[in-house]
Design a protein around this ligand. Structure first.
Ligand SMILES: Cc1cc2nc3c(=O)[nH]c(=O)nc-3n(C[C@H](O)[C@H](O)[C@H](O)COP(=O)(O)OP(=O)(O)OC[C@H]3O[C@@H](n4cnc5c(N)ncnc54)[C@H](O)[C@@H]3O)c2cc1C
Length: 456
C-alpha cells in the first residue's frame, strides 16, 4: 500500500492514527492559500503553526520518517503529486469545518480518501438521540456521552514501522497550476513574518498538563476568575492537535484515580464535541440564526469602539486588549464581551464572531460560531435571549480587585477597584485617557429585551 499521510489538525507524532498505518508513506503538510490569503502577514497563528510543523518534521525524522511541506491549493498539489508518482490513498484525520469538508470532497475525487477520527472524542455521528437525530441541548448530549464512553475512546494509537517514500523533503514545494517552485523552508516563503508568542503559546502541552494537575481540584471554582490562571490553557494545542484529546483523557483518568473530581473538566471537553457535532449537522448555523430572527442593529461607531477597546466598560475593553495583544481571551471574559456586543450594543453576532476569528489563537469555527450564537440567544440554546450579563456585576464577582482589568488597561491602574464594577462611578469618572461607558447597562439591556420580544 502506498499512502499519502496528510497532517492537518494533528501536528504531533504521539498518539497519531496516521502513524499507526503500515506501508509506504509520503507524509505531507499543506500551507493552503485559500486559508492564508485571508490573514494579515503578521498573523501570530501562522508563526504558531509554522513552528508546530517544523517541530513535527524533526520529530518524524527521529524515527526515519520526514515531512514534505507544500504551499498551494490542495487539489493542485494532489494533482501534481499524482502526476509524478502512484498512490493508493490519502489518509487524514477528519476535519469537519465547512471549508475543510468541501476541500476533502474535492481531493477525494482525485484519489481514495481514508478519513480517521482524531480531532474529537466522538465522531459527529456517534452521539445522536434514540431517533437518530442530533441533540440540540447540551446536557442530554453530555449525559449520553457518559453512557457511551468506552476505554477505546481514550486509547492511544501506537506508531508502527513505515517505509518512507523518496522525495525532496528539504524544500518548501510551492505549487501553482502544474508548476513547482522550490523555496526555502521559512515563514517569508509563504508570505508571513515571524511573531513573538506568549509563554503559554510556546509551552509544551504535556508540561501544561503537569502544571494543571495541581489546579484541577479547584478548576470548578477558579476557572471563572480571569486573573487566576485556573484553566488548562490547552485550547490552541487541541485546535492544532499538538496533543491528542485522548492523551488529555488518559491524563484525566489518572487524576480521577488520585481521587480528584474530573467531571467539570470533562464536561468542558465535551462542549468541543457538542459544538463540532452541531455545525456538522446544521452547517447553516455558521451564518444564520437557529431561532429568533433578530439580525442585530448595524452600528459602525459601536463596532469600532468595541474592536479598539474603547467602550468605556473596563472588563470588556480589558478582554479586547488581551485578545489584540496576545491572541487569547479568558472564557468568562469572552462570555461577557459577547453578551455586551450582542445585547447591550445590539450588534449582529456575525460581526463579533468574525472579529474573534481574526484574532483568537485557538480559533475553532464550531466553538466560536456556536458560542457567539449562545451569547446572542439565537442558537440552539433553550435559554435564549433573556440571558444578559451585567458586566459590572461580573467584574465585582470575578475580578473584584481589578487585577485582570489593570493588567490590560494600565491607564486605569490608579483607579480604585470599586470604580471598575460600578457603572455610576464610571459615568462620573473623567479622564483624557479612558472614555465613559458608551451605553448605560440597564437601558440598553431593556432595549434588547424589547427587540427580541417583538421579533418573537
Ligand atoms: C464567544 C466565545 C467564543 C469562543 N471561541 C472559541 C474558539 O474559537 N475556540 C475554542 O477552542 N474555544 C472557544 N471558546 C470556548 C472557551 O472560551 C475556550 O475553549 C477556553 O477559553 C480555552 O481556555 P482553556 O484551554 O484554558 O480551557 P479549559 O477551561 O482548560 O478547558 C479545556 C478545554 O475544553 C475546551 N473547552 C472549554 N470550554 C469550552 C467551551 N465553552 N466551548 C468549547 N470548548 C471548550 C477547550 O478545548 C479547552 O481547551 C469560546 C467561548 C466564547 C464564550
Amino acid at each position: 500500500m502506498r499512502r499519502i499521510l496528510w497532517f492537518r489538525r494533528d501536528l504531533r507524532v504521539e498518539d497519531n492514527p496516521l502513524l499507526s498505518l503500515e506501508g509506504n508513506i509520503l507524509p505531507i503538510f499543506i500551507f493552503d492559500p485559500n486559508i492564508l490569503e485571508k490573514l494579515k502577514p503578521d498573523d501570530r497563528r501562522v508563526t504558531f503553526i509554522f513552528s508546530a510543523v517544523m517541530n513535527l518534521k524533526s520529530e518524524l525524522q527521529k524515527s526515519g520518517r520526514d515531512l514534505a511541506i507544500f504551499h498551494g491549493k490542495p487539489t493542485e498539489i494532489f494533482r501534481w503529486i499524482l502526476a509524478h508518482d502512484n498512490y493508493d490513498e490519502v489518509c487524514a484525520s477528519g476535519d469537519y469545518d465547512l471549508y475543510a469538508m468541501e476541500r476533502d470532497r474535492d481531493v477525494s475525487h482525485l484519489l481514495p480518501f481514508h478519513s480517521l477520527n482524531d480531532t474529537y472524542i466522538f465522531h459527529p455521528d456517534d452521539v445522536l438521540k434514540n431517533d437518530g437525530t442530533p441533540y440540540l441541548v447540551f446536557t442530554p448530549f453530555y449525559n449520553r456521552t457518559k453512557i457511551i464512553f468506552r476505554s477505546e475512546h481514550s486509547a492511544a494509537y501506537s506508531n508502527v514501522p513505515q517505509n518512507l517514500i523518496d522525495f525532496e523533503y528539504d524544500d518548501l514545494h510551492h505549487i501553482e497550476g502544474e508548476t513547482l517552485t522550490r523555496l526555502s523552508l521559512s515563514l517569508p516563503s509563504i508570505g508571513f513574518e515571524a511573531q513573538l508568542l506568549t509563554a503559554c503559546q510556546t509551552m509544551n502541552p504535556y508540561d501544561k498538563l503537569a502544571i494543571f494537575a495541581s489546579k484541577l481540584e479547584h478548576y470548578p471554582h477558579n476557572r471563572d476568575f480571569m486573573a487566576m490562571e485556573g484553566t488548562s490553557g490547552l485550547s490552541t494545542d487541541l485546535r492544532f492537535g499538538k496533543i491528542s484529546v485522548r492523551a488529555v483523557l488518559r491524563w484525566l483518568i489518572e487524576q480521577k484515580q488520585r481521587g480528584i473530581d474530573t467531571e467539570p473538566f470533562f464536561r468542558q471537553l465535551i462542549f468541543r464535541d457538542f459544538y463540532a457535532m452541531l455545525l456538522y449537522h446544521f452547517p447553516h448555523l455558521s451564518t444564520q440564526n437557529f431561532r429568533y430572527h433578530f439580525k442585530g442593529v448595524e452600528n459602525n461607531e459601536y463596532f469600532k469602539a468595541f474592536c479598539t477597546a474603547r467602550t468605556g466598560v473596563p472588563i470588556v475593553d480589558a478582554g479586547v486588549r488581551e485578545l489584540l495583544e496576545t491572541g487569547e481571551m479568558h472564557n468568562r471574559v469572552r462570555m461577557i464581551c459577547a453578551s455586551f456586543f450582542t445585547k447591550n450594543l445590539l450588534l449582529p453576532w456575525q460581526w463579533g464572531e468574525k472579529f474573534f476569528a481574526q484574532h483568537l489563537m485557538d480559533y475553532d469555527e464550531a466553538s466560536n460560531i456556536l458560542s457567539w450564537q449562545w451569547s446572542a440567544g439565537t442558537g440552539v440554546d433553550p435559554q435564549p435571549y433573556f440571558r444578559i450579563f451585567n458586566p459590572y456585576t461580573q467584574t465585582g464577582k470575578f475580578d473584584k480587585e481589578g487585577t485582570y482589568i489593570k493588567q490590560y488597561l494600565p491607564e486605569l491602574s490608579d483607579l480604585p477597584a470599586k470604580f471598575l464594577g460600578d457603572e455610576s462611578l464610571l459615568f462620573q469618572y473623567s479622564s483624557e485617557e479612558y472614555p465613559k461607558p458608551i451605553v448605560d447597562h440597564k437601558t440598553s439591556a431593556q432595549k434588547a429585551l424589547k427587540y427580541f420580544k417583538n421579533i418573537r
